[in-house]
Design a protein around this ligand. Structure first.
Ligand SMILES: C[S@@+](CC[C@H](N)C(=O)[O-])C[C@H]1O[C@@H](n2cnc3c(N)ncnc32)[C@H](O)[C@@H]1O
Length: 345
């Protein structure tokens, strides 16, 4: 069969639809991110609305409003019945700002910071350099924490990303065997608060840069856990880690290059008592590096936002933790694209 004939047969049998949809995936993504930015789902949680009322409530121009709302219907994040727009069960639960389950803070960060940065992916791939404006001498947190409002926005976004993992962590580890724990790089403290709520015998808290204290303490007080959870101020790049029976490192290792990853694991080993445990979690890439797209894309995100950060497989993490001295190493899926690795000193 000649090349032209074969090509014609392929075209008849194989649709380009999937490739084209993947290439245009940013259109759907930005439509959702703009809806979150406009707080559309919170407005509809207060009262379902017809097109014109919803348009006016959000301050939109007439030209695109109806297509925008109906695109959200077609994308499965809104419902329309008799001309009235409603949240779906999912968006009512997760995108109404007034619910504790709101995940919009992370999507707002995606809208304002990640979406523009991802426009420079090709440049990041060509240069190996971050594309978020950080200088060679800076790390992500020097710019993310340039003022208290940006720091609070970042910390709130981490809470919204980490709550489901924190709940899984509360259930998947034998906390009854331990009395104290510290979450290393804790942000607002979503992880210690969830674990503290699930296990009333535990005390401990969260370690982070001193500037994070105010948001941590406010969050812990809102959850009425200040008698059992406290803030540990410090810089894990230049100082030792606090001691506790269990240390947790979630979304930490992937921010840093291999040497810093190894140094942090060594510091955790030193800080733990004999028999103590280190729990690490991230969107760990599958060992074959072909299935966990979210983990691989997160690693590209680290390429664009940090000096040397990258995501890794559970096998990588186990090898680094073994080098640091940990034994009884085990891995477990935490739900979604997340896995944890646990090691014992
Ligand atoms: C990506 S966030 C992870 C937050 C939280 N562990 C979670 O999973 O939601 C990284 C955290 O590391 C903290 N961090 C960054 N550099 C640090 C340093 N040098 N010392 C202590 N904490 C640091 C940041 O302030 C931030 O709270």
């Amino acid at each position: 069969m000649g090349a032209t004939t074969k090509n014609t047969t392929d075209i008849a049998e194989l649709s380009p639809e999937r490739i084209v949809q993947l290439g245009l995936g940013f259109c759907a993504s930005k439509t959702l991110l703009s809806a979150v930015e406009l707080d559309l789902f919170t407005e509809l949680a207060a009262s379902p609305l017809e097109t014109e009322a919803l348009r006016q409530r959000l301050g939109l121009h007439q030209r695109g409003a109806r297509d925008f709302f109906d695109a959200l219907v077609a994308l499965g994040v809104l419902e329309r019945r008799d001309g009235i727009y409603f949240n779906t069960h999912e968006t009512a639960l997760y995108l109404d700002r007034n619910k504790p389950s709101y995940v919009g803070k992370m999507l707002q960060l995606a809208n304002t910071l990640l979406y523009p940065t991802w426009g420079s992916l090709t440049r990041a791939l060509q240069t190996g350099k971050p594309q978020n404006g950080i200088k060679d001498s800076e790390d992500l947190f020097d710019t993310a924490y340039s003022d208290p409002a940006s720091m609070a926005q970042y910390a709130e976004a981490m809470t919204s990303a980490s709550l489901p993992i924190a709940r899984a962590l509360g259930q998947r580890f034998r906390w009854v065997d331990y009395g104290t724990f510290v979450d290393i790089g804790t942000a607002e403290g979503a992880v210690p608060v969830e674990i503290g709520h699930a296990h009333s015998h535990l005390t401990g808290g969260g370690f982070d840069l001193p500037s994070v204290r105010s948001v941590f303490e406010a969050y812990v007080q809102r959850h009425k856990l200040e008698d059992r959870l406290r803030f540990y101020p410090g810089d894990f790049l230049s100082q030792p880690l606090p001691s506790a029976d269990v240390l947790v490192m979630g979304h930490i290792l992937h921010n840093w290059n291999l040497q810093v990853k190894r140094d942090l694991l060594a510091k955790a080993y030193t800080a733990l008592p004999k028999g103590g445990a280190l729990i690490t979690y991230d969107q760990m890439i599958d060992d074959e590096r072909r299935e966990n797209a979210a983990g691989l894309l997160m690693s590209l995100n680290m390429l664009m936002r940090t000096q040397g950060g990258f995501d890794y497989t559970a096998a990588d993490c186990i090898a680094w933790m073994r080098e640091a001295g940990f034994t009884e190493l085990s891995r477990e899926r935490l739900g979604g694209s997340y896995s944890m690795v646990v090691g014992i000193k």
